[in-house]
Design a protein around this ligand. Structure first.
Ligand code: C2E
Ligand code: MG
Ligand code: MG
Ligand code: MG
Length: 294
């Protein structure tokens, strides 16, 4: 991969060096250069334990602060990173940051027993055999206990290359990390995979949470997902919780965790540390106001 990136990077630098009419930089090269220049950071969105009413961890979300355009959302560059293979380096960067921060949260938490961090894995990371070593190295170098790391994978990714994905997930499970299905219910789902893959958690897609209390179908689907997860021994996270009504219904359904703008936008790692260090009642209130969104 050094060779591939080297080529991309030189294309970028040549375009910027003393060229009277520089061509628009190649987006793939621009992405590689952004990684070198440290333009990527990791934001963390609090994960709220609905029964305890407090933050018990966070999801790591990549951020690109472009020098000219400002914040570039992940949806605009993750697909390209995936296509070019740079996602392996970006993914490792996120993974290492997440592990390092989670260790600090554990140290400052008033009740660290259930503390966790989740990291999104792209398609290539799920099927590439080197991912297991990357995860192991990140855990070993930071000292994070494996059970505190949950890797988020979408259904679509799992279904793309089932055998490679299954083999990798088994190896990851053997390391001791946990696996979540992200955006559950929106992919090309086959319920068969729920028993085939070694899963720990289902994340109820925002689409369903969004319709709670307004759309009977969303109510029914959300309830069914939570009940299915419970029957399978999986924990549930509701994504994109924005209203008190959604929060109330999810708690009533017995959903374990929630994330969403109601509690907090993605924030910096320091803010998560303050949240997990706080007491339950204060934390809940604090979650809504703390930190500056990133
Ligand atoms: P995701 O993993 O499903 O992450 C949830 C997205 O929903 C995040 O967007 C988050 O900021 C947003 N969100 C959270 N709460 C709410 C809410 O209440 N309302 C609404 N409308 N949105 C909410 P973000 O950070 O822009 O990320 C978008 C997607 O990009 C992620 O979806 C994930 O698929 C991908 N992504 C982000 N970071 C990474 C990464 O490090 N690696 C990989 N492979 N993909 C990533
Ligand atoms: Mg996710
Ligand atoms: Mg999601
Ligand atoms: Mg998504």
């Amino acid at each position: 991969t050094a060779k591939r990136n080297g080529r991309q990077r030189s294309v970028f630098y040549e375009a910027g060096l003393g060229d009277a009419t520089p061509e628009k930089p190649d987006p793939a090269a621009e992405l590689a250069a952004a990684l070198d220049r440290g333009e990527f950071t990791v934001a963390y969105q609090p994960l709220v334990d609905l029964r305890a009413g407090r933050t018990i961890g966070a999801e790591a979300l990549i951020r690109w602060q472009h020098p000219v355009d400002g914040n570039r959302p992940p949806d605009t560059f993750i697909p390209l990173a995936e296509e070019t293979g740079l996602i392996m380096e970006i993914g490792e960067f996120v993974l290492r940051d997440a592990c390092r921060q989670a260790v600090r949260w554990v140290q400052s938490s008033s009740s660290p027993a259930d503390l966790l961090v989740t990291v999104n894995l792209s398609a290539r990371q799920v099927t590439d055999p080197t991912t297991v070593e990357t995860v192991q190295a990140a855990l070993a170098d930071t000292g994070l206990e494996p059970h505190r790391l949950t890797l988020e994978i979408t259904e679509t990714v799992l279904m793309q290359d089932r055998d490679a994905a299954a083999a990798n997930l088994d190896r990851l499970k053997a390391v001791g990390v946990r696996i979540a299905i992200d955006d559950f219910g929106t992919g090309y789902s086959s319920l068969a995979y729920l028993s085939r893959f070694p899963l720990d958690m289902l994340k109820v897609a925002r689409e369903f949470v969004d319709g709670l209390g307004r759309d009977d179908n969303a109510d029914v689907v959300t309830r069914a997902i939570v009940e299915l997860a419970r029957a399978l021994g999986l924990r549930t996270v509701a994504e994109g919780v924005e209203t008190d009504e959604q929060h109330r219904q999810l708690a009533e359904l017995g959903c374990d965790f929630a994330q969403g703008y109601l509690f907090s936008r993605p924030v910096d790692a320091e803010t998560i540390m303050a949240l997990v260090a706080g007491e339950s009642a204060e934390t809940h209130a604090a979650t809504r106001v703390a930190g500056s969104p990133v």
